[in-house]
Design a protein around this ligand. Structure first.
Ligand code: PGA
Length: 255
């Protein structure tokens, strides 16, 4: 972390818990030590957004969604929730293109780009996830794969859209597996992504925040966040324990 970029740590709660647990977890995190220098976001399941928004109001903790509809205007889109609706619910951020949605729900680069643009059109900052599978890494294709995923969104949305977006590198093989990317390997990918964005607009190079995600824990967060191009984390499993999540937030503040 360096160059004046403000660290961001976001907790992705995925499809875990119930209403009571969500409110308790949000309350516990919001009452923890939240450093002034770090943006801290929690992304509960959709149906828990209201309860979490209530629990964290008047605290420094911010709210995000795990997904967003690819359309902005109201319409006949059963099951979908638009970015203006998320904004109304108190969200400032939405994760788009998480590998679980790409892999399990067949979201492709075009859909992800549409969601990215729809988020921004409704005043929500997208957290765009990219990452390679284990087979792609072992074939030496990591940089090509994540580069193509980013380029697809740059081509659709334009590079200037990245002045109000966050990127997250999440190697698929590291998500929920306990197997984290070595800090140096993660840094190599982050640097590549930053350079790629910078090829389209040099001013983006210094300002774009790129998070690392994939088995970030209190024990490995400091080393990851110490890398020059890692600006925080997208945290899954460890975000479900307030103490662990707060320790990761503290690691971001310290580096
Ligand atoms: P994990 O998940 O921290 O449990 O690996 C990260 C993510 O999927 O965002």
């Amino acid at each position: 972390m360096s160059n004046g970029r403000r660290p961001l740590v976001a907790g992705n709660w995925k499809m875990h818990g119930n209403l009571q647990r969500a409110a308790e977890l949000a309350t516990a995190v919001s009452r923890g030590a939240l450093p002034e220098t770090v943006d801290v976001v929690v992304c509960p399941p959709l149906c828990h957004l209201g309860a979490v928004a209530g629990a964290i109001s008047a605290t420094r903790l911010q709210l995000g969604a795990q997904d967003v509809a690819p359309w902005v205007e109201d319409g006949a889109y059963t099951g979908e929730v638009s970015s203006p609706m998320l904004k109304d619910a108190g969200c400032g951020y939405a994760i788009v293109g998480h590998s679980e949605r790409r892999g399990l729900l067949a979201e492709n680069d075009a859909t992800v780009a549409q969601k990215f643009m729809a988020a921004q059109a409704g005043g929500i900052t997208p957290i765009l996830c990219v990452g390679e599978t284990l087979a792609e890494r072992e074939a030496g294709k990591s940089l090509d794969v994540v580069g193509a995923q980013l380029q697809a969104v740059i081509d659709a949305a334009g590079i200037s859209a990245f002045t109000n977006a966050v990127l997250a590198y999440e190697p698929v093989w590291a998500i929920g597996t306990g197997r984290t990317a070595a800090a140096g390997d993660a840094q190599e990918v982050h640097q590549h992504l930053r350079c790629l964005a910078g090829e389209s607009d040099a001013t983006i190079t210094g300002s774009l925040r790129i998070l690392y995600g994939g088995s970030v824990k209190p024990g490995n967060a400091a080393e990851l966040f110490a890398q020059a191009d890692i600006d925080g984390g997208l945290i899954g499993g460890a975000a479900l324990q307030a103490d662990d999540f707060l320790a990761i937030v503290q690691a971001a503040a310290n580096t």
